[in-house]
Design a protein around this ligand. Structure first.
Ligand SMILES: Cc1cc2nc3c(=O)[nH]c(=O)nc-3n(C[C@H](O)[C@H](O)[C@H](O)COP(=O)(O)OP(=O)(O)OC[C@H]3O[C@@H](n4cnc5c(N)ncnc54)[C@H](O)[C@@H]3O)c2cc1C
Length: 387
């Protein structure tokens, strides 16, 4: 089988598949950028949470947490266990009166699924986080455990090392065409002129997933959308803060003694498709910094240290992953459209896709609701907590 794209999703699928005693096929990962400098995986904010608005996304991240907290169970090679420097500070979602109902609704769902999360009133927020401006808030939802951030590059390398130890081959190259014969794919062509035959092809091309689907004549509603991350220093420390999501959509979290911050456009804002990685500082000055300074008065004097940009792979139907085979081309498997939460979903998605390929069914988490069929039917299952 061939996996197109060797970052977090491709390497997780390869690792879980190669780990299975019931799969003995050859696995080749084709990766166009072996430095991974342009992959979403290494440009992400590297955070994980259970505070989602759908039960399935909660369960998907729960397995992600398990793997990050217990790499010895999944990624040890010759007794060596990778370390991911997990900082378990939680997420804090803030709401004004306009957003309180949605916050309460999500809270009820999360509690029904045993998520350790607490709703806090404005005065409880002030008591707990004395650096927070709460006058215009109606409440907040704080993750008490199993949420935080980690070293994404270490996780990627942990998967790659494990995959290689299990015999997975990594090939540097760019897939330029899929050889389709009616309802199946026979293999992939590379820009260097070579051809790799394959009984399965997995699309793990991140923001370029629609390009790869188009190589088989298929439409995938996944678009590359630029997201800037601003790395800042504050002269006054606010201590061990959670990843805090302002009602405006601006988020920040500690990064060692400094902070990173960013935002996603709100509905109606311009959000063009682009594979450009040039950074845009203007929104920091006009929107992000004023918003941060309003919410955290100590951030009134910030120093911008650095800016980088990466791509969300936005599923324009419902901001949720598209996982599993194409209904008409059953040996082409998608693992795309994560819309900004794919790093944390990689462990569960890798395990699930491996189950599907090895047995034709999901054994642990049933990911059929995330299948391509909902795209054809036009029946979204929206994720409301997109950051
Ligand atoms: C700014 C930012 C912040 C984020 N924050 C978070 C977060 O806090 N938590 C979270 O869970 N997620 C976050 N994400 C999302 C997360 O990074 C992605 O969902 C995840 O990394 C997707 O992984 P991937 O392997 O599918 O894609 P990628 O990491 O982009 O990898 C795809 C790979 O495919 C390769 N490729 C593409 N086309 C071809 C081809 N034709 N031939 C060969 N190789 C090809 C590419 O070179 C690339 O290496 C964030 C993303 C961004 C941009």
């Amino acid at each position: 089988m061939v996996i197109v794209g060797g970052a977090i999703i491709g390497s997780s699928i390869a690792t879980f598949l190669a780990s299975r005693p019931d799969f003995d096929g050859r696995i080749v990962i084709v990766e166009r950028d072996p430095s991974f400098r342009t992959s979403s995986t290494t440009l992400s904010a590297a955070s994980i949470r259970l505070q989602f608005s759908t039960a399935l996304n909660i369960e998907i991240s729960r397995f992600g947490i398990d793997l990050i907290k217990h790499p010895d169970r999944y990624l040890a090679v010759d007794g060596e266990v990778p370390e991911f420097d997990f900082v378990e500070n939680g997420y804090l979602f803030l709401a004004t009166h306009a957003g309180l109902k949605a916050l309460e609704h999500n809270h009820a769902l999360q509690r029904a699924h045993d998520v350790p999360v607490r709703l806090l009133s404005p005065s409880e927020l002030s008591d707990r986080f004395n650096w927070l401006h709460t006058d215009d808030l109606a409440g907040g939802s704080l993750g008490l455990a199993d949420e935080g951030w980690f070293d994404a590059y270490a996780l990627l390398q942990g998967f790659r090392r494990k995959a290689r130890s299990l015999g997975v081959e990594e090939r540097v190259g760019e897939v330029s065409a899929l050889e389709r014969d009616g309802d199946s794919i026979r293999g992939v062509h590379l820009t260097d002129g070579s051809f790799l035959g394959a009984d399965w092809v997995v699309n793990a091309a991140g923001p370029r997933a629609a390009e790869v689907a188009a190589m088989a004549g298929l439409e995938l509603p996944v678009r590359p959308r630029k997201r800037n991350v601003y790395h800042v220093e504050a002269p006054i420390s606010i201590g061990a803060a959670p990843l805090t999501v302002d009602p405006s959509g601006v988020y920040f979290r500690p990064e060692g003694p400094t902070y990173i911050a960013g935002f996603s456009p709100r509905p109606g804002d311009a959000d063009p498709d682009t594979l450009d990685l040039g950074t845009d500082r203007a929104p920091f000055e006009s929107f992000v910094w004023p918003t941060l300074a309003h919410r955290v008065p100590a951030f009134d004097r910030l120093r911008l240290l650095d800016t980088w940009a990466g791509h969300y792979e936005v599923n324009t139907l419902d901001a949720n992953a598209i996982i599993g085979p194409h209904p008409e081309v059953a040996n082409l498997v998608f693992a795309n459209g994560f819309s900004g939460h794919g790093l944390q979903q990689a462990p569960a998605v890798g395990r699930a896709v491996a189950e599907w390929i090895a047995t034709g069914a999901y054994e642990t988490l049933d990911l059929r609701p995330l299948g391509y069929e909902r795209i054809t039917r036009g029946t979204p299952i929206p994720e409301l907590n997109v950051i």
